[in-house]
Design a protein around this ligand. Structure first.
Ligand SMILES: NC(=O)c1ccc[n+]([C@@H]2O[C@H](COP(=O)([O-])OP(=O)(O)OC[C@H]3O[C@@H](n4cnc5c(N)ncnc54)[C@H](OP(=O)(O)O)[C@@H]3O)[C@@H](O)[C@H]2O)c1
Length: 324
């Protein structure tokens, strides 16, 4: 098998592609031949040693994969060789040609859900369906402001919001990202680097947004919080902008706002059965055309460092996958 290995924390250029013995399935496990491995912002943080959890070195990055079951271990039921599956095992190891996974951590891929879409939607749609149906709920016609709307989480937020009947305002830097967000169903796209977010959102909505989805944080957070109308909800999803913002408590008190933390990964580790059901819901929604994730951009496994660099440099619209 081939895999990408991180031997020391630092920039992605330090990653190496190496050969390793083919893995075999132990009791309860399966071997998956990886057809697509999702590349996410979090992977770059983990490789840099800048994530909450630092894995022991060396390790293979990558949290989400889709592929074919090629071997099953003793005691495995409900999964067969040849099944198309996707997994978020909430453990590392995805940037590889083969991966050993617990059979209990697999979702079967419905007809019509491609490997590359599955390998990325697990995380981006998993997070946003969790956010918009488990951590809060939305009412058709509500206004939702999405920051970083051309990124992985952002585009999923736009699409899931659209499917739930929410009216979406996309905020993103760069024309391609705004165009992608409009294509995913946003009604309006704002350049949040150049425009006054609060004034524009108030003008568009006639009073303020009902909810904000914020995967960016940093200097964008406070203006976004200020766009909320009374009883608005602010969903804290991530900090791709770099700094963790300190939200002023008076801005939460005013207008009876609510700040909602979203930690899909922690919830999935705590409730693996609930997460499998959620991911099944995501795949069923894609197969039925209810969700419309755009096809990710494909890189060969050997170019994992380039893919992570593009993400860190803010140059990616949508999602990336590695194909071994
Ligand atoms: N809470 C959860 O459960 C959960 C789950 C998955 C991911 N996350 C987090 O969500 C965040 C976004 O993930 P993602 O997959 O959407 O990432 P992504 O695809 O890289 O998108 C992030 C967006 O943030 C914006 N951005 C602003 N400043 C940036 C900077 N200095 N560097 C990079 N991007 C910057 C960019 O949009 P513009 O160029 O348009 O500004 C970019 O498109 C990450 O922090 C990730 O860890 C959280």
């Amino acid at each position: 098998m081939r895999r990408v290995t991180c031997h020391q924390f630092g920039p992605p250029q330090g990653l190496v592609v190496e050969e390793a013995p083919d893995p075999h399935a132990g009791p309860g496990d399966v071997v998956v031949a990886v057809r697509a491995a999702g590349v996410s912002f979090v992977d770059g943080l983990i490789v840099a040693g800048g994530y909450q959890v630092k894995p022991p070195l060396p390790f293979t990055p990558g949290l989400t994969v889709a592929g074919d079951v090629v071997e099953i271990g003793d005691g495995v039921a409900g999964v067969a060789v040849g099944d198309r599956v996707a997994a978020t095992s909430m453990a590392l190891g995805g940037y590889a040609s083969h991966r050993v996974l617990p059979a209990a951590a697999l979702n079967l891929l419905p007809e019509g859900v491609a490997y590359d879409v599955a390998a990325t939607a697990v995380e981006s749609y998993g997070t946003m369906v969790f956010a918009l149906t488990r951590r809060t709920t939305v009412t058709p016609g509500e206004w939702m402001l999405v920051l970083g709307a051309g990124g992985g989480i952002g585009l999923a937020a736009v699409d899931v919001g659209r499917s739930l009947g929410v009216r979406v305002i996309a905020a993103a830097a760069g024309e391609p990202k705004r165009a992608a967000a409009l294509g995913a169903g946003a009604e309006v796209a704002i350049d949040y680097e150049a425009e006054d977010l609060k004034a524009r959102v108030r003008e568009i909505t006639g009073g303020g947004a009902d909810l904000v989805v914020d995967p960016v944080g940093d200097r964008y957070a406070e203006p976004a919080l200020r766009t909320l109308r009374p009883f608005g909800r602010y969903l804290v999803v991530g900090f791709a902008g770099g700094s963790i913002p300190k939200l002023a408590a008076n801005l939460v008190l005013l207008e009876n706002r609510t700040v909602v933390g979203i930690d899909w990964g922690a919830w999935g580790r705590r409730d693996p059965g609930g997460n499998l059901a959620l991911v099944d819901e995501v795949f069923a929604g894609i197969a039925a055309g209810r969700y419309r994730p755009p096809a990710p951009t494909v890189f060969p496994l050997e170019e994992a460092a380039d893919a992570l660099t593009l993400l860190a440099e803010r140059r990616v619209t949508g999602k990336l996958v590695l194909k071994p």
